[in-house]
Design a protein. Sequence first.
Lengths: 517, 365
Amino acid sequence: MTRFLRLLAVFLLFAAPLRAQEGFEAVVAGLAGGFAAQAEAVERLGALGDPRAVPILRALSEGRLQKSPEGALAIDGRDALTGAPAPTATEAIRINNRVRGALRGAFGRLELASASDAERAAAAAGLFRARSPENIQILEDALGREANPGVRATMERALAASRLAAPDAGVRRQGILMLGGTASPEARGLLLEARTASPDLAPEIDAAVAAIDQRLQLRRVAETAFQGLSLGSVLLLAALGLAVTFGVMGVINMAHGEMVMLGAYTTVVVQEAFRGIPWLFPWALPLSVPAAFLVTAAVGAGLERGLIRHLYGRPLETLLMTFGVGMILQQAVRLAFGAQNREVISPAWMQGVITLPGGVEVTQNRLWIIIFSLLVLGLTVAAIRFTRFGLEMRAVVQNRRIASTMGIRTGRVDAMTFAFGSGIAGMAGVALSQIDNVSPNLGTGYIIDSFMVVVFGGVGSLAGTMIGAFTLGLVNKLLEPWAGAVLAKIAVLVGIMLFIQRRPKGLFALKGRAAEQ
Amino acid sequence: MSATTITPAPRIQGGTILRGLLLAGLAILAMLPVLNRLPPESVLYVSDFVVAVSGKWICYGILALAIDLAWGYAGILSLGHGAFFALGGYAMGMHLMRLIGPRGVYGHPVLPDFMVFLGYTELPWPWWGFSSFPYAMLMALLVPGALAGIVGWLAFRSRITGVYLSIITQAMTYALMLAFFRNDMGFGGNNGFTDFKELLGVPLNTAGARAALFYAALVALGVSLLLCRLVTQSKLGRVLVAVRDAESRVRFLGYNTTSVKLSVFVLSAMLAGLAGALYVPLIGIINPGEFSPGNSIEAVIWVAVGGRGTLVGALLGAFSVNALKTWLTSFAPDLWLFVLGGLFVAVTLFLPRGLVGLLRKGEGR
């Protein structure tokens, strides 16, 4: 008995797909019939859920499906079922609007069973737009199978929208509740549309719309906050080098923006150099960071030793002189690389968008730049706190002459400090090359903002620079929805001018001897 | 911040050569529109281009005087004087736009073309009164003066000096540039104003009108020079130099340095506004590019090249740097920025007193 049952099971195991296949072929054959038969066949194919039907139906909808006088179907000269070469004496199958309607529904159902997440999500989105109560059953089935949370969410929305179109008020109420649980502006639109259609459900709809609005508001705030953090991280990167050269050394370097620009161009050069080496190419961006640091640090050291050191104690002259140096650097780069923007390719791991819970969308490259800016800040703090160079630097800042008596070569420390600040600017340039146009005047847009950050945060304080950068970034982005980008920027500038009325030394004023310089 | 002593109190000492040079230069300038009327075959004929370019330089000369008064004498390095210049220019530009009247492309009796294009139905309030020439000239002086008054009062009151002041004034002109680039500000957006027709009833595109504007600018330069001389030779001028060299000491002696600095800063801004107002009808266009921080800092380098702390130096710098620019950009435009950048470096490192310091005997370092 058990043996018989086992045999039966094995038989059924083989027979079932066999029968299904026969059924599938029989149904497909219906496509060669009249319009009514075609429509019925299309609907049955959709209900069968066999993915093999997709290319055949697509060919039908595009007018590429052909039939021979014997009723055999072919696509582009090959048999539609077996793929074998088909006789050429065939005619194209024509369809009417009823068949087209059936095709749309069938595609939606078939693609809900597709193996690809993207296709299933697209199919669900299509059913969301179709909003037909006929799809409720299919979507419920599909939801039962679905494991991918993203696709599930889309399917749920589609199901809710389909329920909203149902004749039964109870089903519609279910749909309203489901839509009210989302944070989608499209769902909000649907609900408002349904409100005019079914006034009896108005209270439920209003509650659902209010819930959506609240979620959307929350998402907007979160996205604005992210944009603010992103802008803040850019400001931090641009201002950090300045916080070292201006804040620590008191040297006002108007060529700082050009150091950032040189860093961005170093990225371009490294990328060009690695273009021919496929296994190294994805590493071009990470390797640009030390390269940019070295290049700009070298330029900075040369600038300090060659020019700036002759002007110590004359800040206004230093300002003018470094402005001239910036001009020369800019023009040199313009002649060497051309005035047009250079393209920097983002590596794959920096592209795309991450969707956080709640539907907050975050671009990868900006997220990386926030991380990078904090890393650079950490390294800068560590270099000043824990290295011998940092110790000597702080000693020179506090009291140059005593430091010199102790055997510190103050000239060398000056050069290294300036090189360090310039190198940080170069690293900022690598990051900026990912989100801004790499052109010779890349740096000019950042120099004023960077000075504002340093002045606001407090000259000579890295913590102040960080807090200043993120505050300015956030305030700027929070003001933008009301005031527009330009007015927000102006408001921030005016705000800083008023702020330093109250606290002329910035948020984090230095105390003690160093503050007197 | 420790005050630095670089230039001694300004005395046109041994400056007979310089004064002669200045008078000769002004005399030559005064001759230009006359020589322009000669037949083109004449040896002394001066082309329209030369007249137009020197008219521009005269306005730059006034701007240089304004910067010199603030920086050379009072030690206030403003990197935002281009903003005062541009505001004066915009005031004049608004007057010229109002004078176009119904001759615009859209033929609206009151509104300038760009307002019709942007869908304005009535004149925004900042434009009221600009159809009157005296009002427009008054605004060309008062608006920059008021802005300088506010910024200066905020800054000097809380003892913001040196590079901090420079950066704040730079941020000021940068913010104004952003604002004026906006279309909805009602000042023509990034196109600014152009296609002017007439001024004081005279069509602008005639040789006579160009000569008249040229002389107006020259007279304004002369008056500005005398005014600056009056200020710098007065007791106020002495206090200014003292403030520049040792502000705290002057304050401890009982002077109100804030009001001294503020008054000279406002005067300087008004001079810059005057220069801008004269510049716009000569050039025939004003746009927000005039606010760009680069323009202001370029004007500062004229003064540095000529020699700050001397009025002759400011003029000498404005003329010589702009002559170099006009000459160089005509055949090697790529080189100009190198030369300008080089000037910044060379003057600050090797010529702290500028060309004037070079020309003076026995005062070289």
